[in-house]
Design a protein around this ligand. Structure first.
Ligand SMILES: *[C@@H]1O[C@H](CO)[C@@H](O)[C@H](O)[C@H]1NC(C)=O
Ligand SMILES: *[C@@H]1O[C@H](CO)[C@@H](O)[C@H](O)[C@H]1NC(C)=O
Ligand SMILES: *[C@@H]1O[C@H](CO)[C@@H](O)[C@H](O)[C@H]1NC(C)=O
Ligand SMILES: *[C@@H]1O[C@H](CO)[C@@H](O)[C@H](O)[C@H]1NC(C)=O
Length: 322
């Protein structure tokens, strides 16, 4: 019997001293997410150990009434007391729990999701928690610039309007060299407007790519102006625009909210431009231009804009007579 007693003692001794070293760890920085998208709130046990048999509770400590965001207990999700607005939007990946990963997946993020979350993990012998701060951003409508009138000095008053941003964005007028404008340079400022503070770092990996060399077209024939997003991803839900930077950035073709919207298109392009909607799903925003004319020659800008990101590229077109 001596042998059995010794073994038991040893086992219990090990568990106790070891469990005190476990820690629940969250992210060092706040988690940023764009409203409408999904987000992972990171939380794990270090050193890594399975939390399958533990209690995992995600809650919002700063809310007055209900606080429960997600509960996992007795090896299942128990969300009857969950805050109403989280219903159906939270998920713990049970396979990940085996690896000590109690990260919460939150779908279709809303502004009200912004704030502090606690990830609380409890075993029979031990508990700890970590805090995750969530910041939600809403990307507003693309800015619209209108000419508001002239003043005595011959300057132009320009008005820039855009709504729906959260939190309040920074607005900056830049001149053609990318430097901030002074008030006396108002006129030049027409060329470029940048709204910062809205781009999230994740999506900065995408790039809009055009051809390295000019595109040669023959008058009277059709031509494709290449433009695509790299790495390839569907742009069907994004805004795709083609403009003429050498003609005050006037509109050649606009695709927005899943449709072509060409009411503001330059008159001479009417009926001659086409984006292939199937190609948009492959990240190909190339423009088909029919019956090329001599004055189609020049610079074209292809810009792609999603909720969280935008980029553009320039395509040079050379037209040769027949
Ligand atoms: C979360 O935000 C609070 C203030 O609201 C701050 O005290 C805390 O350090 C932040 N924690 C993390 C992990 O970002
Ligand atoms: C934890 O699980 C989430 C899914 O819930 C996953 O996205 C993430 O990569 C995992 N983290 C680690 C460190 O494995
Ligand atoms: C595009 O938006 C539709 C709803 O408007 C959505 O069902 C679909 O999943 C979205 N596709 C992508 C690739 O984001
Ligand atoms: C992109 O779409 C155009 C049609 O608009 C097509 O001619 C071209 O081959 C496509 N490019 C790629 C790389 O698939």
């Amino acid at each position: 019997m001596k042998f059995i007693c010794l073994t038991l003692l040893l086992v219990s001794g090990i568990t106790d001293s070891r469990s005190e070293q476990y820690k629940v760890v969250g992210p060092a920085d706040p988690v940023f997410v764009v409203a409408g998208e999904d987000v992972i709130l990171p939380c794990s046990v270090k050193p890594s150990t399975s939390v399958v048999d533990m209690r995992v509770e995600w809650f919002r400590p700063n809310l007055k009434d209900a606080q429960l965001v997600h509960l996992y207990e007795d090896r299942e999700d128990g969300n009857t007391d969950q805050i109403q607005s989280y219903r159906g939007r939270t998920k713990l990946i049970h396979q990940e729990l085996q690896k000590g990963n109690a990260s919460l997946k939150l779908s279709s993020v809303q502004i009200s999701d912004e704030g502090r979350y606690k990830c609380f993990i409890q075993s029979k012998t031990w508990y700890d928690d970590a805090t995750v701060n969530v910041s939600v951003e809403v990307l507003g409508r693309p800015p619209v610039i209108t000419v508001d009138g002239f003043d005595y000095s011959g300057g132009l008053h320009l008005q820039c309007e855009s709504e729906g941003w959260y939190p309040e964005p920074d607005l900056e007028w830049l001149n053609s060299e990318g430097l901030p404008c002074h008030s006396e340079m108002k006129f030049i400022c027409l060329t470029l407007l940048i709204i910062s503070g809205a781009t999230d770092s994740r999506s900065e990996q995408y790039e809009v790519v055009g051809p390295a060399d000019p595109v040669f077209a023959v008058a009277g024939e059709d031509v494709i102006l290449p433009c695509s997003i790299k790495p390839s991803t569907s742009v069907a839900n994004m805004t795709v625009g083609w403009t003429r930077p050498d003609q005050k950035d006037s509109l050649v073709h606009l695709y927005e909210d899943h449709e072509d919207r060409n009411t503001d298109q330059i008159q001479s392009y009417r009926g001659r431009t086409k984006l292939i909607h199937q190609e948009l799903q492959k990240g190909n925003a190339s423009l088909k231009l029919s019956s090329v004319r001599i004055f189609d020659e020049g610079r074209y800008k292809c810009f792609i804009q999603s909720k969280s990101w935008n980029d553009d590229t320039t395509v040079n077109v050379k037209v040769e007579g027949e």
